[in-house]
Design a protein around this ligand. Sequence first.
Ligand code: ATP
Ligand code: MG
Length: 255
Amino acid sequence: MQSDILEVVGLCKSFGGVQALRDLSFSIREGEVLGLIGPNGSGKSTTVNLLSGSLPPTGGQIRLGGHRVEALSQWDRVAMGLTRTYQTASVFPEFTVRQHVMLGCEAHRKVSPLAQAFRLKRDKSEEDRVQQKVAQALKLTGLEAEADTVVGVLSAAQQRFLMIATALASNPRVILLDEPAAGMISHERETLSGMIRRIRDTGISVLVIEHHMALIMEVCDRIVVLNFGASIAQGTPAQIRENPAVIDAYLGEAA
Ligand SMILES: Nc1ncnc2c1ncn2[C@@H]1O[C@H](COP(=O)(O)OP(=O)(O)OP(=O)(O)O)[C@@H](O)[C@H]1O
Ligand SMILES: [Mg+2]
């Protein structure tokens, strides 16, 4: 029996008069891919913003490995193993792929990279650990051959894979992906779904937001459906596909 790594209980968020999330509860199990779907404006990105600590909730609890995190900073949550990527690609174009992925290791470093660079303080075992994490992240995302390529010349899809690699380098227990397939063509989406499954198979839990239903149905173990900020259904892809409320609110329109 898998246990829950992330629990969301009664989460609420208002923006002035707009209630973006209403009493949302769900959980993510260890080593599962959970899909979060719903119409535009239904509160998917807001959920990720609250989970990652980009925004404070108006109410409710977020527990990671049993510990309350809703009042912690984004940085503290990354250090505890909760990491995200953004809906829009944000990368440093002048870095090499390897340097970019190394940024993800920051949360766990004892010696600051600046001190490391100026040889003020060296920690060989830490350097080895960083290199190992970076190599694993590059392998999982298929970017090994691009390790020394400058980020700015990568394709848009590769830049999205790079964001995932950078997030993986922070040693997450849960990774939150907001529309990772945006702008991708069919073979890139296939690469992405293989990647998400490989990540899951290493024991990391994945929350994925996507409008691309074939990808969602293919990679998710379970799905949570939002409509107007509330959960209207939770279940396996087969259950969600057949759910009349989901078809009515979202799938009818997506199909
Ligand atoms: N920073 C903000 N300030 C004010 N309103 C916001 C803010 N962020 C989101 N909202 C509002 O909250 C609601 C939920 O938005 P959210 O971005 O979470 O939707 P979404 O499900 O991610 O949509 P999409 O599929 O278009 O990405 C919308 O009504 C949106 O306008
Ligand atoms: Mg969104």
